[in-house]
Design a protein around this ligand. Sequence first.
Ligand SMILES: Cc1cc2nc3c(=O)[nH]c(=O)nc-3n(C[C@H](O)[C@H](O)[C@H](O)COP(=O)(O)OP(=O)(O)OC[C@H]3O[C@@H](n4cnc5c(N)ncnc54)[C@H](O)[C@@H]3O)c2cc1C
Length: 505
Amino acid sequence: MDYEVAICGGGPVGLMLACELGLAGVDVVVLERLTEIDQTIKAGAINLPTGEAFYRRGMLGALQEEQRLGIERMLEFRRSRGADVVAAPRKKPMFAGHFAGIMVGGDLVDYDDPDFRDVGPVAGVMAVGQQAIEAILAERAAELGVTVRRGVEVTGFDADDDGVTVHFGESSLRAGWLVGCDGGRSQVRKLTGFDFPGTDPSITAYQAIVDLEGAEELRPGWNRTENGIYVHGPIPGRILSVEFDSPPADREAPITAAELQASLRKTSGVEVTVTAVRSATRATDNARQATTYRRGRVLLAGDAAHVHSPFGGQGLNLGIGDAVNLGWKLAATIQGRAPEGLLDTYTTERHPIGAWVLEWTRAQVALMRSDPRAHALHGVVTDLLRTRDGATYLAKKLSGVLHRYDLGDGHPMVGFSAPDLEFADGTRLGGHCADGKPLLLDLADSAELRAVAANWDVRVLTTKSVSRPELTGLLLRPDGHVAWASEESTVEGLIEAVSRFAIPV
Ligand SMILES: Cc1cc2nc3c(=O)[nH]c(=O)nc-3n(C[C@H](O)[C@H](O)[C@H](O)COP(=O)(O)OP(=O)(O)OC[C@H]3O[C@@H](n4cnc5c(N)ncnc54)[C@H](O)[C@@H]3O)c2cc1C
């Protein structure tokens, strides 16, 4: 074997997975066809699970700095449009997002709801662009000694029972496993023959950064018109234009200024002129998902495993979640530390969340359409989301706090991402997860708990939780999800919980 794992695609998901594998000591190579990070405008926001994944691996500061720079760019745009931008913003919302263009009101959401409890310092970290995410991960991959080979396009591979021979140009390499993180048009998915059912595209959307003449006539924010939807901002030159009558004639064709101008004129009714295109993407509502994320020694993650419209900003987050779920399981399998079937829980845990995102994006397209019935329904949903309960429901769904894996019965926290507990020494749980190892919190100085832990490859931290003093113990998987928690003095259920993802030492 040249490598234990080869990852095809060094976008955000491939890089995150590479970092998780590298952290676990797996010899991994990333093969990426582009020579530089793609600067095309794509994702502009992250949710709480993505923020937590970065925080737990020591990358929160980098996210915060990128958000600060991004906000400065947005404020500059608003000032240029004559907005009265105050220097000190109001109380920052924990999370912001939209559903079919209906914004979640920051002041309306009930952040005292128990589901938002102990979110920790990732609260409010959301406006971070995709290129920044990729740059942070690329730097981290380099620190971890991961091999990232740019300018290498995978052209094919042969998989057998022992590994995969990956071909690129005239060369090839041998790896124990191949993971396709090669985006929505994944060659790995197609060549392996993964089933990819779903619904066909019916709309054409453009997101772009352009130079515009006549932009003063465009209204800020999301605008529904009888011919579609358009958005101008929140950064200079950024436009979104959505037409609902048909999918693009040719998705692969380069996007021209004339095409963007025609779409924007149609959806806005304003005679704007696009004088230059800085960056542009075309999107549809094609919504498909692989029925399984693993076939033998080949796995899929990110857009390679699921595609959907970009509305509501879930794609990158979904893929980062895949990578964080898969990394430690694949590492444990390779290193002989995994119980039977652990790797297959990657599909069973991640597929339902992917399926939910597809449904969520389909619902938004139905609501965004231009016909009078969709307009009427949009009005009803807007009214509902402007209530406290409605806004709180939407914030919970969008932010990712409700994501849960089925890890059996037990304490209500089991299956959810762990609360960012505050400890007696002033540290927080997220600051103790950088090594990516399972962590057992001994919160009531229990010799019995420590005796159980001695038989398993888990790190034990004996401390006290200030924010949840009722907890006596908590077992955290490497991806930060709670495998076991207790408020009792016994360790009932602990062995069963740990044996789901680890083997005795
Ligand atoms: C307009 C737009 C707005 C979006 N907004 C959001 C948002 O706000 N929030 C959000 O969460 N998501 C958003 N998304 C979705 C997000 O951009 C994607 O879900 C994300 O890029 C998926 O990451 P990935 O690593 O799976 O795939 P990609 O980012 O597509 O990366 C795949 C990589 O694989 C490489 N590759 C492909 N084939 C090969 C090959 N044969 N050999 C070697 N390398 C190969 C590619 O060059 C690429 O670098 C948006 C998308 C668009 C288009």
